[in-house]
Every structure is written in C-alpha cells, then in structure tokens.
Design a protein around this ligand. Structure first.
Ligand SMILES: [Zn+2]
Length: 106
C-alpha cells in the first residue's frame, strides 16, 4: 500500500505529529482532511520536502516524521514511535490507542 505524506495546515500546530506525517492508504481512498492524532485540518502533499528518497524508519523519526503502517482494518502501527507514544492507533477511535497497545500482540 502506498504511503502518503500529509501536512498540518496550521504552521503553529502543537500536535506531536506536526508538521508532517505519513499515512498508508490505498490510492482510491479519499485523502484525510483532518489529523488522526489531533483532529486539526491537514492536506496531502505529493512529496514532503525532506523526503527525496526512501528513508529508513529511524531516519524519518529523526527528521520529525511519523510513519503509520496499516496492520489490520483501521488499525495502524506507528513504526517511528518515540518515547511515550502508543504503538498502535485505531483510525476510527484514536483515544483507544493505549488500550490497543496492551491487547495487540507483536
Ligand atoms: Zn495532528
């Protein structure tokens, strides 16, 4: 599944995943219009400025990106997670992330 880059519209967003994050989705899906983490408006960008080539997850993390990989229907793994971040996100219920982390096995 292709990865798409999204940018928070607001320059002063205090979201942990601003300004850019990556979201894995099938091409026919509608683009996200709001951040799955903070709910703020986002827009899809063709190529984030820092990404000129395929980067390792650790490089993406170092550059401040968040990369989410779909592991199940609506469930995404944060493969660039930092200390204190949940490993899994439920796209439909972001508030359940800590619970999912406990219930989904590696
Ligand atoms: Zn956000």
């Amino acid at each position: 599944m292709p990865l798409y880059s999204y940018k928070h519209r607001a320059d002063d967003s205090d979201c942990a995943h601003a300004p850019y994050f990556e979201w894995e989705q099938v091409a026919r899906d509608w683009p996200l219009t709001s951040c799955p983490f903070c709910g703020a408006p986002v827009e899809r960008v063709l190529c984030a400025p820092a990404i000129k080539k395929r980067l390792f997850n650790s490089e993406l993390r170092d550059k401040g990106f968040t990369k989410l990989v779909r592991v199940d229907d609506g469930i995404f793994e944060n493969v660039t997670r930092r200390d204190g971040e949940a490993k899994y996100y439920d796209r439909r219920h972001p508030e359940t992330a800590p619970i999912l982390e406990k219930t989904i096995k590696d």
